[in-house]
Design a protein around this ligand. Sequence first.
Ligand SMILES: CC(C)(COP(=O)(O)OP(=O)(O)OC[C@H]1O[C@@H](n2cnc3c(N)ncnc32)[C@H](O)[C@@H]1OP(=O)(O)O)[C@@H](O)C(=O)NCCC(=O)NCCS
Length: 229
Amino acid sequence: MVDSVAEQIGKRLKELMPSQVASQVVEVSKNIDGLLPEERQQSASYGDKRLLEFATTRVLLRNLMKDLGLKAQPVLSGKNREPLWPNDVVGSISHSGGVVMATLSESCHHRALGIDLEMRKGLDRKLFEKILLPEEEALLFGIEETEKSRLALLFFSAKEAFYKAQFPMTGLFLGFHALQLSLPDSDSNLSFIIHNEQVKENLRPFSTQIKAQSTDNFAIASCWIDQPL
Ligand SMILES: CC(C)(COP(=O)(O)OP(=O)(O)OC[C@H]1O[C@@H](n2cnc3c(N)ncnc32)[C@H](O)[C@@H]1OP(=O)(O)O)[C@@H](O)C(=O)NCCC(=O)NCCS
């Protein structure tokens, strides 16, 4: 049987994350039954789309808590929309085009996680300057336009994943030029340079890795920050 889009993305997400990280990808659910009372209260003012995405991610996170042998706990959102993780876990969430993905790892393994999904074919040419550094645009020089746009979307997604991972540690909003990326190697790893002294300083004691893949229809990216050995 042919995999659904969510199953295809789920397989890729597993390839992009270390083995200790639990992950799940599903289509957005049509009900909010899985919300815990605290989450129901927080999301009471959300519009329909946001509410269903929020409810779907919370059910996924509870499944992942169970997979990791942890008790079910609420995951509320902070004032910058960042998930407020219970003490024993870190994770990340992304939704796009009716698909939701969530990851979770125990805090003893990881300091932070970031994931991102972009359900489209490529990045609009008009956004290149805002998203890409001149050095990144130079990497795409001479590449055919459709492929260039696909790779630009992969860069965009990787930057979003990095942003989500670093935020709980730094509390900093970053522009897209704060991170300079290389093209992925054969194992989907992107090497990177951080152009922000505060973020660089915060992440110095930790090993940070970024991976990304893209297809004709979507880009998917992950970032994880290890606990020091
Ligand atoms: C916050 C942001 C990353 C969300 O991305 P998006 O493509 O709009 O939405 P996604 O579906 O991929 O992600 C939404 C999830 O991100 C998470 N998220 C939102 N803000 C976050 C933050 N500050 N830190 C960590 N995670 C955050 C939430 O879990 C949210 O889902 P939830 O509301 O159901 O809990 C994006 O809107 C943004 O502001 N980016 C900042 C600029 C940037 O990325 N710069 C790159 C720096 S190198």
